[in-house]
Design a protein around this ligand. Structure first.
Ligand SMILES: Nc1c(C(=O)O)ncn1[C@@H]1O[C@H](COP(=O)(O)O)[C@@H](O)[C@H]1O
Length: 175
C-alpha cells in the first residue's frame, strides 16, 4: 500500500514551485495537507499558502496574476462553505485550477462542492471529491499533468498505480 513515507527525488529546484496549494483558512489544513503530502511523495516542488478570496481579495488577485509568470503549472485550491476561492482564482489566471471542497460544519461540504463545481461556462475549475480523498486526488491529477512532460515522474506515477493494484489484489475479507 502507498504510505507516502518516502519522498522521491525532487523534479525541480525547491525554490521554484510547480504546484501552488492554496486554501481559504488554516482550518482547511487538515484536509489540504493530504494534497501537500502527495506532492511531497512524488518530489514535486510546491508551496502552500492561505489565500482567501473573501478575506484577502487583493492577495488572491496578486497570487493569481503572478502564478503563470512564476512558473506554476497547476493551482490546487481548497475552501469550505461559500467556496469562491477556486473560482475567483480561475477567473484571474489561465493556470489550471484544481478545486477541493473542504467539509463544512453545517452542510458537510455539499455547499463547498456546489460552490466549486457549478462554475459558469468559460471559467472552469476541475473539481474533486469532498475532503481528504479529493485533496489527495487533486495532487495526483497535478502529478499526471506534470508527468506528460517528465518521464521520471511518469515512471513514479506508474509505480504508484502498480502498488495500489497489488494492495487491492492482496486484500483479504474477514471470512
Ligand atoms: N470559502 C472560504 C474563503 C473563500 O472562498 O475565499 N475564504 C475562507 N473560506 C472558508 O471559510 C471556512 C471557515 O474558515 P475559518 O475556520 O477560518 O472560520 C474555511 O473552510 C475556509 O476555506
Amino acid at each position: 500500500m502507498n504510505t507516502l513515507s518516502t519522498p522521491e527525488t525532487p523534479s525541480a529546484a525547491p525554490d521554484k514551485p510547480l504546484v501552488g496549494v492554496v486554501m481559504g483558512s488554516s482550518s482547511d489544513w487538515d484536509t489540504m495537507q493530504h494534497a501537500v503530502q502527495m506532492l511531497a511523495h512524488f518530489g514535486v516542488a510546491h508551496e502552500a499558502r492561505v489565500v482567501s478570496a473573501h478575506r484577502m481579495p487583493d492577495d488572491l488577485f496578486a497570487y493569481a496574476e503572478q502564478a503563470g509568470p512564476r512558473g506554476l503549472q497547476a493551482i490546487i485550491a481548497g475552501a469550505g462553505g461559500a467556496a469562491h476561492l477556486p473560482g475567483m482564482m480561475a477567473a484571474k489566471t489561465t493556470v489550471p485550477v484544481l478545486g477541493v471542497p473542504v467539509a463544512s460544519r453545517h452542510l458537510q461540504g455539499v455547499d463547498s462542492l456546489h460552490s466549486i463545481v457549478q462554475m459558469p461556462k468559460g471559467v472552469p475549475v476541475a473539481t474533486f471529491a469532498i475532503g481528504n480523498a479529493g485533496a489527495a486526488n487533486a495532487a495526483l491529477f497535478a502529478v499526471s499533468m506534470l508527468a506528460l512532460h517528465d518521464a521520471d515522474l511518469a515512471t513514479r506515477l506508474q509505480a504508484f498505480r502498480a502498488e495500489q493494484t497489488e494492495a487491492a489484489r492482496a486484500m483479504m475479507l474477514p471470512l
